[in-house]
Write a protein that binds this ligand. Structure first.
Ligand SMILES: Nc1ncnc2c1ncn2[C@@H]1O[C@H](COP(=O)(O)OP(=O)(O)OP(=O)(O)O)[C@@H](O)[C@H]1O
Ligand SMILES: N[C@@H](CCO)C(=O)O
Length: 310
């Protein structure tokens, strides 16, 4: 099998949970990270040479602890092979630790890059299983790999069943990315380990309604469906100004506003008509609350990770 000498993997950001879909629902967004892998020619024991450029580049590790490299090694370990020495160039467009799936881009980039580098021995489904195992939950890595909005559920054999959730073209995702980080680990620590039957029923009903609302574009359903009792009530306190921004976004015409992934980015869903109003209202209110956000209307990426080999 002929092996590629350079592999470039482009991976979209993702927004996970979307209100009631904690740890099972996520969508790919039109912001991207790029990971380029090339053979490292060296006479030393050096295994990896990492360069990072773009947004917040100085915040990413350049040693063997780098998550994209860890994923690269993981795939070779899975194959029972020693990973080759590799040069990795990372171009960052997805802000780090903001609830937009930056870690998922690194995991997907490393696994997909290693698989292509090794001559594609694993199927897309096998790469997906490895990615979910590395991230610990499917809601970022699955849409990062295959694009679109995806619901993931385990089968009785413990595998993952992935279902595409159609996203109505008039529902616009607006992200408000604040100027501070919140690690997923920290945002998971504040969650309880048990929930009441009432909360379980509440989220089951709202997730069902959300799936239908996303598909049909029914605004009345969407307004009700974005409520959640599993993670948001516990995480809101980690995000200054959350309630004020939510109120103002809804007053400006958003169907609702939720925490993107583990936060602190906030995600408003709105119609294309109201998107500009909602963007301005969120930005002004969060600034009044002392937080400087970057607010952007995005689209759903329908492709997921793409690979170029040279
Ligand atoms: N491009 C990258 N290359 C290497 N490591 C990365 C990259 N992007 C993120 N990481 C690692 O992932 C960490 C952030 O992961 P974390 O799960 O806390 O946030 P997130 O993935 O951005 O948010 P969320 O999971 O809520 O969407 C970073 O601190 C860094 O260690
Ligand atoms: N479902 C995850 C997404 C962030 O990785 C969480 O909310 O913790």
């Amino acid at each position: 099998m002929s092996l590629s000498s350079t592999v470039t993997v482009t991976v979209p950001a993702t927004t996970a949970n979307i209100g009631p879909g904690f740890d099972c629902l996520g969508a790919a967004l039109t912001i991207y990270n790029q990971f380029q892998f090339a053979q490292l020619r060296t006479n030393t024991e050096q295994q990896v040479d990492i360069t990072v450029e773009g947004l917040e580049a100085d915040r990413v590790n350049r040693d063997e602890s780098n998550l994209a490299y860890q994923a690269f090694v993981k795939l070779y370990e899975h194959l029972g092979q020693t990973p080759p020495p590799v040069e990795i160039n990372i171009q960052l467009g997805v802000p780090l630790a903001r609830g937009l799936g930056s870690s998922a881009t690194a995991i997907v980039g490393g696994l997909v890059g290693a698989n292509a580098f090794a001559g594609s021995p694993l199927s897309a489904a096998e790469v997906m299983q490895l990615a979910i195992a590395m991230e610990g939950h499917p809601d970022n890595v699955v849409p990062a790999l295959v694009g679109g909005c995806r619901l993931a559920a385990t089968t009785s054999e413990g595998k993952w069943e992935i279902c595409e959730i159609p996203w109505h073209s008039d529902i616009v995702p607006v992200v408000a990315i604040p100027n501070f980080e919140l690690s997923t680990a920290e945002a998971r620590r504040v969650l309880p380990s048990d929930y009441s039957r009432a909360d379980a029923i509440f989220n089951t009903a709202h997730l069902g309604l959300l799936v239908r609302a996303l598909e049909t574009g029914n605004g009345k359903w969407l307004r009700a469906a974005l409520q959640d009792r599993i993670h948001q009530p516990y995480r809101q306190t980690l995000i200054p100004g959350y309630n004020a921004v939510q109120d103002t976004a809804i007053a400006a015409g958003a169907y609702g506003l939720v925490i993107s992934g583990a936060g602190p980015t906030l995600l408003a869903l709105t119609s294309s008509q109201e998107a500009a109003n909602v963007e301005a209202a969120i930005a002004n209110t969060w600034i009044e609350q002392g937080v400087t956000p970057l607010v952007k209307a995005l689209k759903i990426d329908s492709t997921g990770a793409t690979t170029k080999e040279a």
